[in-house]
Design a protein around this ligand. Structure first.
Ligand SMILES: CC[C@@H](C(=O)O)C(=O)SCCNC(=O)CCNC(=O)[C@H](O)C(C)(C)COP(=O)(O)OP(=O)(O)OC[C@H]1O[C@@H](n2cnc3c(N)ncnc32)[C@H](O)[C@@H]1OP(=O)(O)O
Length: 299
């Protein structure tokens, strides 16, 4: 009887969570026409966004356009959305590593594409497409970490802020170069940067276009660790790093991320109600009953 009640609550809460999560930031009511901007971006080809979902529940998403410092071409922006959709449906997932090919992170939009859609209407449509995608990335019920090697510039700096954590190699930099381009962030990077480092530090980074090196990033809370060179490569080190945050059953790890996402985005009362709903999806579940049966102690 108890199990069937649990399953019923699980289904109801999961449905509510899916509805909340699948509601994109922008839709037609905001003037967003996905097909229109995708048709504009399609001619700008090159590079790829690849996804490998590991047996250990950790996926690796690679921004792969090394001949252009992993800049996002038009087709790569669309591929990123497809990979995020794949991850939203990966029920066994616990974690995600986002990194760039050939030891550099990402240099933002492909400037060839940028020049071709430099009118305000198309720029806003591209902005809404990328904000939708990066918000969905941030809301994934997976613990995500950006492995920053080399340079994360412009939209690349914004991409790394959409992950829960950032690890930087010793020679890497994060740089919000937008002001030098006569721009401000458009992919949601300003909003997320303020959440990460506070409005004063965010204003410093945007107005000075400072090259943020690892130690300074650590000091202001933009980076979570610095990966020193050694026998293991950066990706292996990042796998080891994320493993310490994703131990145990997938459904419990996913519930942990969901309560944080809820607390980060909602008003207090709404967040508390969501926390209750998410709690209901794991209370009395297999991992909870197993821990109780084991008499788990935490000494
Ligand atoms: C919302 C923000 C978003 C937007 O507005 O849409 C943006 O992100 S705007 C773009 C912001 N990014 C940039 O302005 C970066 C421009 N690139 C550079 O500053 C430098 O390339 C670098 C990233 C600092 C690397 O310099 P370096 O190590 O000297 O290498 P190269 O400059 O020779 O680059 C190698 C190769 O890659 C091409 N490249 C690099 N970045 C881009 C890019 N964003 N778009 C297109 N192509 C890019 C560069 O042109 C070189 O190609 P070749 O000249 O053909 O060798």
């Amino acid at each position: 009887m108890a199990y069937s009640i649990w399953r019923c609550m699980l289904n109801r809460s999961a449905t509510r969570w899916h509805l909340y999560r699948s509601l994109s930031l922008y839709n037609s009511s905001h003037g967003f026409n996905a097909e229109e901007i995708k048709n504009k971006l399609a001619p700008f080809t090159g590079g790829s966004v690849t996804l490998v979902k590991g047996e250990n529940g950790i996926a690796e998403l690679c921004i792969d356009n090394p001949s252009r410092m992993n800049a996002f071409t038009g087709t790569m922006m669309m591929e990123l959305e497809e990979r995020i959709s794949d991850l939203e449906n990966w029920q066994e997932g616990k974690g995600l590593i986002v990194y760039g090919a050939k030891n550099t992170f990402c240099s933002g939009s492909d400037l060839n594409a940028v020049k071709a859609i430099s009118n305000p209407k198309d720029g806003i449509l591209m902005c809404m497409l990328m904000q939708n995608t990066l918000t969905r990335l941030q809301r994934l019920p997976l613990i995500s970490v950006a492995l920053v090697q080399g340079k994360a510039l412009g939209g690349g700096a914004e991409l790394c802020t959409a992950c829960d954590f950032r690890l930087m190699t010793e020679d890497s930099e994060i740089r919000f170069v937008h002001k030098l381009m006569g721009l401000v962030p458009g992919w949601g990077g300003a909003t997320r940067l303020i959440q990460l480092v506070g409005s004063r530090n965010a204003l410093k980074l945007l107005s000075s276009t400072l090259r943020v090196h690892p130690q300074y990033a650590l000091n202001i809370g933009l980076a979570d660790d610095i990966l020193s060179s050694g026998t293991d490569g950066p990706l292996e080190k990042t796998q080891t790093w994320i493993a310490s945050y994703t131990k145990g059953a997938a459904e419990v790890n996913r519930a942990v991320k969901k309560v944080i996402t809820s607390g980060r985005e909602k008003l207090i009362e709404d967040s508390l109600r969501s926390e209750k709903d998410i709690f209901g999806t794991v209370w009395g579940g297999p991992a909870n009953m197993q821990a109780l049966e084991k008499g788990t102690k935490h000494n």
